[in-house]
Write a protein that binds this ligand. Sequence first.
Ligand code: XMP
Length: 326
Amino acid sequence: MSCNIRPETMARISSREQAMAFIDEQVAEIRAQVGDKKVLLALSGGVDSSVVAALLIKAIGRKLICVHVNHGLMRKGESEQVIEIFQNQLDANLIYIDATDRFLDLLADVADPEKKRKIIGGEFIKVFNEQAAKLDDIEFLAQGTIYPDILESDGVKAHHNVGGLPKDMKLSLVEPVKLLFKDEVRVVGEALGLPHSMVHRQPFPGPGLGVRCLGAITRDRLHALREADAILREEFDKNGLAGKVWQYFIAVPDMKSVGVKDSKRYEGWPAIIRAINTKDAMTATVEEVPYAVLHHITNRITNEVEGINRVLFDLTPKPVGTIEWE
Ligand code: XMP
């Protein structure tokens, strides 16, 4: 399957049996393509790169070198999950780089959303390049390109706007899921034994919480956002909303209002809940989250998260609002 066009005769992968057959075929193809050479992969922990990592580990084991760059803008527990699954459970050859300080130092005082995105994308490439330069004998670069990426772009995964990977690396590409749609990648991921929470992860922008910590990012507000977001996800899980709602998250704007806590004036940021449903992210409707759940989440966030003193629910469909706040 070296071409970039999905044959009309290719059946959709919807069952475990079909996924297993695909996996066997790809393992053989990867081995034939790569031989005993080493392959490099930027492993974000998203669905596509995780499935590609698991496929390559099955095919070539520790000759796959996964690099996970933590830009400090991950959701709570995400980098830890990548390490737990890939390093501890799958015995991956994983290089974990905690680049939090590099990213947050560069982002200090930068309020413009486009500038923030550029900084995050540019720094990601720098960190990845620096790591790649330290490795010998790498001849291949694996990518989690999927079919919609090919249909929508020039065929090279934009890597979630974290800038795209360096074009001058002179590495041959290994893209085992490039003819699959997202739902098929998920079926393959399940068949490979990846955890449900990873395979069914909701979409998450490459610049991560950077687009939800509005204005100039500060460590304390980013921390509050991450904690509030973790509470939202936990409560959506517990209340059966996680599998039902397409995307849900917290945004925290760079503004404070007066509140009261323990009979004292308490200035804090508002946490804004966004919970939307969509098919293609071009338009979106707002999930009617039960009031009891909203009250409970509000209670938890305002009590448990330092710095947040109000919780708001965004009722705006797309259009006129975008999904992200940014
Ligand atoms: P908007 O805010 O434009 O978002 O309505 C549409 C969808 O795109 C996601 N999004 C991104 N996804 N890289 C991505 O892979 C990004 O940089 C990015 N920015 C926004 C957003 O979460 C929503 O699902």
